[in-house]
Design a protein around this ligand. Structure first.
Ligand code: NAD
Ligand code: GLY
Length: 346
């Protein structure tokens, strides 16, 4: 088993990565927590695959909430339903909430755990590649509003993250590819060796190593800037235009991973418009090889207006993450007016 630990403002988050970890998750959880009861939140796709395997490992009362799968359910109304289930199950502040699922389940459950009774212990068991390499680690939780993604949320570290690379074997190819968009992001912002690893035809047989390298980067970044006021913004490479495209497609046209892929290419082209070396060609080739889209198809004026409502806008500037060379990213504030000109040329 590989382990990483992340020290945040409110304590330590332990991250375990091991094949077949789900089969003995109950033991790992019992070594860290002492709850009287456990509540598992999962979604309608993951529940039939893994919920009973997890539930039967506990010798204490276990309840669950199964939410409908999909980004469109990452809403306050879903969180409210979870609160009612937690109360009906008799959950107290000494008990444990487990998120079993992809990034949507993880973000919603994390927010419910952060706010129910002002905070209940949380364990993340991510079941998509995207959630394993990114969303289950680092404590960002939240929900979407009509106005945009992740606009309501909290920083709330899971005490434990259990990553079992074998559970992603049941992912559809397109959902696996979504996670690869975040993997490519880590390669470009911090460690080009990851790009070499995933360029190999047999990279899926080494996916555990790829996951470990990505989580290590996320751990290191969050340890320095847990609350996203500086360095952590580099994790948003590709996300600024990506979030705008996701929003314009009503969160159904593009998945998060697809939007990030398109957003990374757009950010590379934007850097070239500012006079930097154009690094978009090898990025496009790799994303295509991984089955991800690369071209922004939305109206550029609409993209500009959508990204102005993004959380990463400060006053009249937008913080863009630009990659100077593979492995080196910089936070670059760009004036709205100048950005408008660039976006129209993309
Ligand atoms: P998702 O949670 O919607 O999962 C994608 C699909 O895969 C769903 O239909 C789900 O039911 C299914 N699924 C999950 N595990 C499965 C398995 N093992 N086998 C078969 N099907 C499975 O989406 P996602 O891509 O995991 O996450 C995207 C979300 O994560 C977005 O809301 C995004 O904003 C968020 N996110 C959060 C952070 C963070 O730091 N908190 C970081 C990146 C992304
Ligand atoms: N996925 C971006 C972050 O965790 O900051």
């Amino acid at each position: 088993m590989q382990t990483l630990s992340l020290t945040g403002a409110n304590g330590v988050s332990e991250i375990y990565i091991e094949n077949d970890l789900l089969s003995h998750a109950g033991k790992a959880i019992g070594d860290v927590f002492s709850p009287s009861r456990v509540h598992i939140v999962t979604d309608s796709t993951v529940a039939p695959l893994y919920l009973s395997q997890l539930t039967q490992q506990f010798d204490l009362p276990v309840s669950s909430t199964v939410i409908p799968a999909g980004e469109e359910h990452k809403r306050l109304s879903t969180v409210e339903g979870i609160y009612h289930d937690l109360l009906a199950a008799g959950m107290t502040r000494k008990d444990l909430i487990i998120a079993l699922g992809g990034g949507v389940v993880g973000d919603i459950t994390g927010f419910a755990a952060a706010t129910f009774l002002r905070g209940v212990s949380l364990c993340q068991i991510p079941t998509t590649l995207l959630a394993q390499v990114d969303s289950s680690v680092g404590g960002k939780t939240g929900v979407d509003l009509d106005e945009g993604k992740n606009l309501v949320g909290a920083f709330y570290q899971p005490r434990l993250v259990l990553i079992d690379p074998e559970v992603i074997q049941t992912l559809p190819d397109a959902t696996f590819a979504d996670g690869m968009a975040e993997v490519v992001k880590y390669g470009y912002i911090a460690n080009p060796a990851i790009l070499d690893m995933v360029s190999q035809p047999d990279y899926k047989t080494h996916i555990g190593e790829v996951i470990y390298e990505c989580v290590k980067i996320k751990r290191d970044v969050v340890a320095i800037d847990e609350h996203d006021t500086g360095l952590r913004m580099i994790l948003n490479f590709g996300h600024t235009i990506g979030h705008a495209a996701e929003k314009l497609g009503n969160y159904t046209e593009l998945t998060h991973g697809q939007a990030v892929a398109i957003g990374m290419v757009a950010a590379m082209r934007l850097a070239a418009l500012r006079g930097d070396t154009d690094l978009s060609a090898p990025l496009i080739a790799l994303l295509q090889q991984l089955g991800l889209p690369t071209e922004l198809t939305h109206d550029r004026e609409a993209i500009f207006h959508a990204l102005l409502s993004d959380k990463k806008k400060f006053g009249s500037t937008v913080n863009f993450i630009l990659v100077r060379e593979p492995g080196r990213a910089e936070i670059t504030p760009i004036e709205s007016e100048t950005l408008h000109e660039y976006i129209l040329k993309l």
